[in-house]
Write a new protein. Structure first.
Length: 397
């Protein structure tokens, strides 16, 4: 794994926008615009490195499924902050009937520097983004810059194939694709539009709308779209913890389709994915697979020995884009941990992100269904990968 600098292509911004990346710039607090898509540098990997990382990702995914089974079997929903018995029961039923419900993709965030074992930082298996740039613009960048090279990137083909394989699980009528109108950058919009395109290529009938356009027909007790058609199946880029607690949360849970239901709505990702996108998963994994080389120690009841040994990261169970994450050095040095009132945390061993020429890098490794499918790389100036991170392409040399 190496970082290289390179001259960006002429008109790179227009090029990536035409390829679906309509948010190539990030607005910073000083009101300046700086590249989010950053092709002034790239990363290279050897083929054995990528093959080893693929194996790690698929092993981690299997371990996460084992942890989900453990949570359901031992009724450990409270450890995830899920205290509503009805919601817990629906998640458990969704897990038991997971073979009847379509499930598409997820993204592991990994710490890796090319020298030691990759370490799992977290798993977003419900609403992962940065998909568009990983699947499309970086592939075309490689073809422009390194024709004949390769890339860890079979995302598009695997997504299309996944829709084809799971089409028999879908109810009749169009499969709806929904994003939220609160998305100001267009990232959620384009992620959903891209996934809808992969479903179209798989031969599915689809229809796009926003979450805010979903209606409720009180007479039939059904969700309807902007054309007043029943919504029988829907992909949503909207976190389950929001969906279940919004104004229409009771209707969502009351009409949840575990597969093949009549008068219900089939949601993708399915409800059981809440088990994998909650950071309490990190502590349960460490409990089930202690000292695993690809895990960091993690606890729910406090940092334990981490406070005096490696230091720790305090992570809210449902935080995204690094929100609320604080880092604490061993021995009490640095920032004191002060929990936010009402927030629950997992405490994970501190593993500073690798520094490549002053840039902190994290690998986003994609899973489609059960298989490793691609890589996206983000860099940040600080120790936490946040909304100001940059996306850099990669090649296999």
């Amino acid at each position: 794994m190496k970082r290289h600098t390179i001259e960006p292509r002429p008109n790179w911004q227009q090029t990536v926008e035409e390829q679906g990346l309509i948010y190539p710039l990030t607005r910073y607090p000083d009101d300046s615009l700086r590249p989010y898509w950053d092709e002034s540098a790239y990363y290279s990997f050897s083929l054995p490195e990528v093959e080893a990382l693929e194996g790690v990702v698929e092993e981690l995914h299997a371990m996460c499924l084992a942890a989900a089974a453990h949570i359901v079997e031992r009724d450990r929903f409270a450890d995830l902050g899920i205290t509503d018995p009805r919601l817990a029961a629906l998640i458990a039923e969704s897990w038991r009937r997971r073979a009847e419900q379509p499930s598409l993709y997820g993204r592991f965030d990994l710490r890796y520097d090319g020298t030691g074992p990759a370490k799992m930082l977290e798993y977003n298996a419900d609403t992962p983004t940065s998909l568009v740039e990983a699947a499309s613009p970086q592939w075309f960048w490689m073809e422009d810059r390194f024709p004949g090279a390769d890339q860890w990137n079979s995302l598009h083909e695997r997504l299309v194939d996944a829709w084809r394989r799971q089409a028999e699980l879908l109810p009749p009528g169009p499969l709806h694709f929904a994003h939220s109108e609160t998305d100001e950058l267009g990232e959620d919009l384009m992620t959903v539009a891209y996934l809808q395109e992969t479903a179209d290529q798989a031969g599915l009938e689809t229809h796009a709308l926003s979450v805010e356009q979903i209606g409720w027909d009180g007479l039939s007790g059904r969700f309807v779209d902007d054309k007043l058609r029943f919504i029988r199946g829907i992909f949503k880029l909207y976190p389950w913890e929001w969906l279940a607690s919004d104004e229409f949360g009771p209707q969502v849970l009351g009409t949840y389709d575990h597969g093949g239901g009549s008068g219900t709505t089939l949601w993708i990702e399915p409800l059981w994915k809440m088990l994998l996108s909650n950071k309490a998963l990190l502590a349960i994994l460490w409990e089930l697979f202690p000292e695993h080389p690809n895990l960091l120690p993690a606890y729910l009841d406090g940092p334990r020995e981490l406070a005096d040994t490696t230091g720790y990261a305090a992570k809210p169970l449902l935080g995204r884009e690094g929100a609320g994450v604080t880092l604490h050095e061993a021995g009490g040095g640095g920032e004191e941990f002060v929990p936010v009132e009402g927030e629950t945390y997992v405490f994970q061993g501190l593993a500073p992100l690798p520094d490549f020429d002053g840039n902190r890098v994290v690998l986003g490794a994609w899973v489609v269904e059960e298989e490793a499918a691609g890589l996206g790389i983000r860099e940040s100036a600080g120790p936490v990968t946040d909304e100001y991170a940059r996306f850099l392409p990669h090649v296999i040399l």
